[in-house]
Design a protein around this ligand. Sequence first.
Ligand SMILES: NC(=O)c1ccc[n+]([C@@H]2O[C@H](COP(=O)([O-])OP(=O)(O)OC[C@H]3O[C@@H](n4cnc5c(N)ncnc54)[C@H](O)[C@@H]3O)[C@@H](O)[C@H]2O)c1
Length: 356
Amino acid sequence: MASIPLRLRDHSYDVLIGPGVRTSLAEVVGRLGARRAVVVSARPREWVPDTGVETLLLPARDGERDKTLTTVEALCGEFVRFGLTRSDLVVSCGGGTTTDVVGLAAALYHRGVTVVHLPTTLLAQVDASVGGKTAVNLPAGKNLVGAYWQPGAVLCDTDYLSTLPRREMLNGYGEIARAHFIGAPDLRSLPLADQIAASVRLKARIVEVDERDSGLRHILNYGHTLGHALERATGFALRHGEAVAIGTVFAGRLAGALGRIDRARVAEHQDVVRSYGLPAALPAETESATLIRLMRHDKKAIGGLAFVLDGPNGAELVDDVPHETVEHVLDGMPRMPLGELVDEAVPAATTDTARP
Ligand SMILES: NC(=O)c1ccc[n+]([C@@H]2O[C@H](COP(=O)([O-])OP(=O)(O)OC[C@H]3O[C@@H](n4cnc5c(N)ncnc54)[C@H](O)[C@@H]3O)[C@@H](O)[C@H]2O)c1
């Protein structure tokens, strides 16, 4: 088991990673001093570990459809009916959509109660549950309402991943692949639990420096500018991690075109993405002009086109990248029909730590 500390000025917590770590929940709840708990779980009842205290179990559903203010309000209503106090605790158990919505409910209830996350997807273990960002969607867009609310602990039980469909594994691998270019060592040959631990360690170090996303934390968005545009252009037919993987290959080519990295490093982007079994080509159905229009609306862009790009000093935010260069690099990317692009992705490394 790995235990990774995340130390902030006024709050610190540990992220535990490995098979069976969910059974530490009662100990964690005891240490956090709660006397009652509400567990909001998108997984079957038997997947939820004992909390060691009086507990209300609320069933939930993963998915963007329920990641709304309506769900937050419904959860807070249940917290009131149960009599949850400020010194009690909320537990989330599910994918990143569930950790996000439960995290926001915990941030708002009584102006903040402790939350412990039990992420059950690879994406939620390496990214969504760590770092304190919580959010819900509005009809106008994703993650438009949220708060920073750091958890009291995160338990990444790799046994949860044994039932995860292949594309959901790839979804998480997209974030692991991008870690290669923002300071993680080469994780390709490591067992899954070690890949998760290294990705979490990297994210923890970045969040410790820039909790509120005002500088360094931007680098976590490596590959995401095109990634977000691809998700939207394909009507979310590409999973987030798949889109980020293609965005990572593009970011390498763009950094090469701008003379920031050499040809070998550009090629490394494609190699890393492919070796995780992720797609590396653009969907043939998407036009460069559409992608550029969508990228102009990226939240990092203040006016022009902005990307996190590799370079002599490592990854950094680069503003005002010329339109023509972006268009030229997009036009030079390999293209493949969307259906083939996703089918063609080979299974990622085996979930060695995952048990049925
Ligand atoms: N807060 C953050 O910092 C942050 C970072 C990255 C992503 N996110 C958010 O995370 C969300 C995406 O998370 P996600 O990819 O986990 O999506 P998700 O929560 O929708 O889960 C994906 C799918 O996996 C299924 N699933 C979950 N665990 C399973 C298991 N153990 N076995 C089998 N199936 C399982 C779910 O039912 C769902 O169908 C997005 O809403 C995104 O905005 C947040």
